[in-house]
Design a protein around this ligand. Structure first.
Ligand SMILES: Cc1cc2nc3c(=O)[nH]c(=O)nc-3n(C[C@H](O)[C@H](O)[C@H](O)COP(=O)(O)O)c2cc1C
Length: 187
């Protein structure tokens, strides 16, 4: 599959077939994840793969935001002992996000469906996940990628909008139609 076509085809899939994902396919996704760019080549990412029914059931019981019927969950974590030191520390989020996006695109290319479930920085998401998976203090779960064989189809698309693109410099006076109205007094 052409890469651009695959990127457009990647959509969040929230309905899955009752069919396991082969271990080889999971390894392919993890290889794609770890091919991502990473600040100063720190590679702060770690992955917890959950593909046993009992553990997945508990995960979905505890985390209401992860309640889709995917047979695999990949929890993508940043290990602060491996992260960039000093002011660049927060770059672990970008490193791990790049790894997640690689998983999503790689999965699409082998006809698997995925959805990215955000965890960090919402403390009420992080806490139960850390407890359930025995994650130590210095490791932060950034997100969960649910993976499975899709039971729904969505159209391929881009959301390219030239109004969101500036050339050479920003134009603060450009008018936007904003979906989210600014909170009064906030800006
Ligand atoms: C950081 C992040 C967190 C997300 N968290 C969730 C989530 O908790 N539950 C969910 O169903 N989808 C989640 N999504 C998926 C978005 O809802 C989805 O990407 C968006 O609606 C656009 O649809 P698309 O992925 O089909 O292009 C998340 C996506 C990102 C990037």
């Amino acid at each position: 599959m052409d890469v651009i076509e695959t990127i457009y085809k990647r959509r969040s899939i929230r309905k899955y077939l009752d069919k396991p994902v082969e271990k080889d396919a999971i390894i392919t996704l993890l290889k794609a994840a770890t091919a991502a760019p990473t600040a100063a080549n720190c590679q702060p990412w770690e992955f917890i793969v959950i593909n046993e029914v009992e553990k997945l059931t508990v995960l979905k019981e505890k985390l209401i935001f992860a309640r889709y019927n995917a047979p695999v969950a990949i929890v993508v974590c940043g290990n602060m002992k491996l992260a960039f030191k000093g002011p660049g520390r927060e770059m672990w989020v970008q490193d791990c996000s790049a790894a997640i996006e690689n998983i999503l695109i790689a999965a699409t290319s082998i006809d698997l469906g995925t959805v990215w479930i955000g965890v960090h920085p919402i403390e009420s998401n992080i806490k139960p996940l850390k407890k359930l998976l025995n994650i130590p203090d210095y490791v932060i779960p950034l997100g969960i990628v649910l993976v499975g064989h899709p039971a729904e189809t969505k159209e391929a698309r881009t959301r390219f909008n030239e109004k969101r693109v500036y050339w050479q410099e920003y134009e603060p006076d450009r008018k936007h139609r904003s979906k989210n109205k600014p909170i009064l007094g906030h800006y």
